[in-house]
Design a protein around this ligand. Structure first.
Ligand code: DC
Length: 208
């Protein structure tokens, strides 16, 4: 079951690169951030506090998440909403809860079994979800570059606001007790600053 694990902070180019690698290899692609975002979306919908781990675990356990061209949460199209500012503000807190993570990790392993492997991207793919992945990549980029990319993608007016939000999420994602964001010991760290998507994709496909 060949697995390519791609981890890294927000704005490191993960999603674009992971999608393109999966395309080139002709294998399935899993965006695990979209899963945590779907839980945050449902928490907002149901008025559940992002700090209430028990309620969130129950919510996650019963949630129907369909990932594809569109993201369906309990049958509702949440494709745009899960990328919106309300979900982005909450998602790092929602994803600190161990029971929420355990449920997502279970689903991610099930996905791999069903698809016979593929490219999975997130924060803990190489460290926790698939510690035996065939290829592990940790993407980075300078803070300034990551903020510029996010500003462009989100068409945000102010790069400083984007940079502050990235720094806030990085701090939460890297400091949590359960599966913090960090490169696996056997991950290849690739700095994408100043490199084209194509160049990085070719490097990873070459590793595969
Ligand atoms: O990749 P993204 O920005 O869509 O991820 C959104 C949030 O989800 C991120 O800030 C932390 C969380 N996340 C996580 O904790 N573990 C993952 N494997 C993927 C995302």
């Amino acid at each position: 079951m060949p697995i390519v694990a791609i981890d890294g902070p927000a704005g490191s180019g993960k999603s674009t690169v992971a999608r393109a690698v999966a395309d080139r290899l002709g294998v399935a692609y899993l965006d695990t951030g979209a899963m945590y975002r779907s839980v945050a979306f449902a928490a907002l919908r149901d008025g559940i506090d992002a700090h209430d781990g028990d309620a969130l675990a129950k919510l996650a356990g019963n949630l129907d998440i369909e990932l594809g061209d569109r993201v369906l949460v309990d049958g509702t199209d949440a494709t745009a909403a899960i990328r919106g500012p309300d979900v982005t503000a909450l998602v790092s807190t929602v994803s600190t809860h161990p029971a929420v993570r355990a449920d997502m990790v279970r689903r991610q392993r099930q996905w791999a079994a069903e698809h016979g492997g593929g490219v999975a991207e997130g924060r803990d793919i190489g460290t926790v979800v698939f510690p035996h992945a065939d290829v592990k990549v940790f993407l980075t980029a300078t803070e300034a570059e990551r903020a510029r990319r996010r500003q462009r993608d989100d068409r945000a007016p102010d790069v400083d606001v984007v940079a502050a939000d990235l720094a806030r999420r990085d701090a939460l994602d890297s400091s949590r007790t359960t599966s913090p964001l960090r490169p696996a010991d056997d991950a290849v760290v690739i700095d994408t600053t100043g490199r084209t998507v194509d160049d990085v994709v070719t490097e990873i496909v070459g590793m595969v």
